[in-house]
Ligand binder design. Structure first.
Ligand SMILES: NC(=O)c1ccc[n+]([C@@H]2O[C@H](COP(=O)([O-])OP(=O)(O)OC[C@H]3O[C@@H](n4cnc5c(N)ncnc54)[C@H](OP(=O)(O)O)[C@@H]3O)[C@@H](O)[C@H]2O)c1
Length: 257
């Protein structure tokens, strides 16, 4: 009994990937404000340190490139050493293209259509959004299992929903590019696979489509602030009553897989 009380009163520890800017920063800030110790994971440690300093109490910077095996291993060892467990993993880091600058979202989508999208660029985007996200998740699963109750929140896009695109009347229909949107479709499959695999465990798994935010990822063409657009991932991350296996957008609207 004593053991159980000690375990359940453990401090909540979260890690947000790509937390130095955009929605990741807002999610990390909200978690710190709600009593979490939050690892602000950033590809560039200095950017992570700046973000952690801005968030203040509860935030600590850590280097992480989800496409780099050594970076993932170093991070895992650090969290293991600091706490030995993780309560919450927010897989937020992603890219929308392989480095080419596009003027508008439409231009980017046209260059990423199935008929023309350069395969080398697909590898780059999928390497981050799909394989990198799964790699960091696999690495941190033992630490999530060590927490009394844990959660993984994956950020996707409604553009990844095959059901929406398959509907001829859907406003999303034109948006199924094979680079970014399809990488999110693959992530959605991985998320559901993990949710099913872990359904009898201590780890809940959720998928969230945030709003359309003005961030680096959208070339700052989104219509919402990162804070507004991050409201749903923050809700799912913070509300302990959210069941495993949901795919939602704001506020708590179910998105078809
Ligand atoms: N913005 C939208 O309208 C929108 C809509 C639907 C879904 N989403 C999803 O929401 C999430 C956050 O998007 P955002 O718009 O806030 O993006 P953002 O501002 O561009 O931030 C993306 C973050 O991911 C990091 N990152 C990129 N590649 C990485 C890698 N290999 N390893 C580790 N970190 C990496 C970036 O690091 P650097 O700072 O070093 O570049 C940055 O911190 C993404 O999953 C995105 O797909 C966004």
């Amino acid at each position: 009994m004593m053991q159980k009380m000690e375990t359940s009163s453990k401090k909540k520890v979260a890690l947000v990937t790509g937390a130095n800017q955009g929605m990741g920063f807002e999610i990390a800030k909200a978690l710190a404000e709600n009593g979490y110790t939050v690892y602000v994971a950033a590809r560039n440690l200095q950017n992570g340190q700046n973000a952690a300093a801005e968030i203040g109490y509860g935030a600590r910077a850590i280097q992480l490139d989800i496409t780099e095996k050594n970076s993932i291993e170093d991070l895992k060892m650090q969290v293991e050493k600091d706490f030995g467990y993780l309560t919450l993993l927010v897989n937020n880091a992603a890219i929308s293209h392989a480095g080419k600058a596009y003027g508008t979202i439409e231009e980017m989508r046209d260059a990423q259509r199935a008929s023309v999208a350069p395969i080398a660029e697909l590898y780059t985007v999928w390497n981050t959004n799909v394989f990198g996200t799964l790699a960091i998740t696999q690495a941190l699963l033992p630490l999530l299992h060590n927490a009394p109750a844990a959660r993984i929140v994956n950020l996707t896009s409604a553009l990844g929903s095959l059901t929406l695109h398959a509907d001829p009347n859907s406003p999303f229909r034109g948006g199924l590019d094979v680079m970014y949107a399809s990488s999110k479709t693959a992530l959605n499959a991985i998320t559901l696979s993990l949710a099913i695999e872990l359904e009898n465990s201590n780890i809940k798994v959720n998928l969230v489509s945030p709003g359309f935010a003005s961030t680096q990822l959208t070339n700052f063409l989104g219509t919402q602030t990162p804070k507004e657009a991050a409201a749903e991932p923050i809700r799912v991350a913070l509300d302990e009553n959210v069941p495993s296996g949901t795919f939602t957008t704001a506020t708590n609207i179910t998105v078809p897989w």
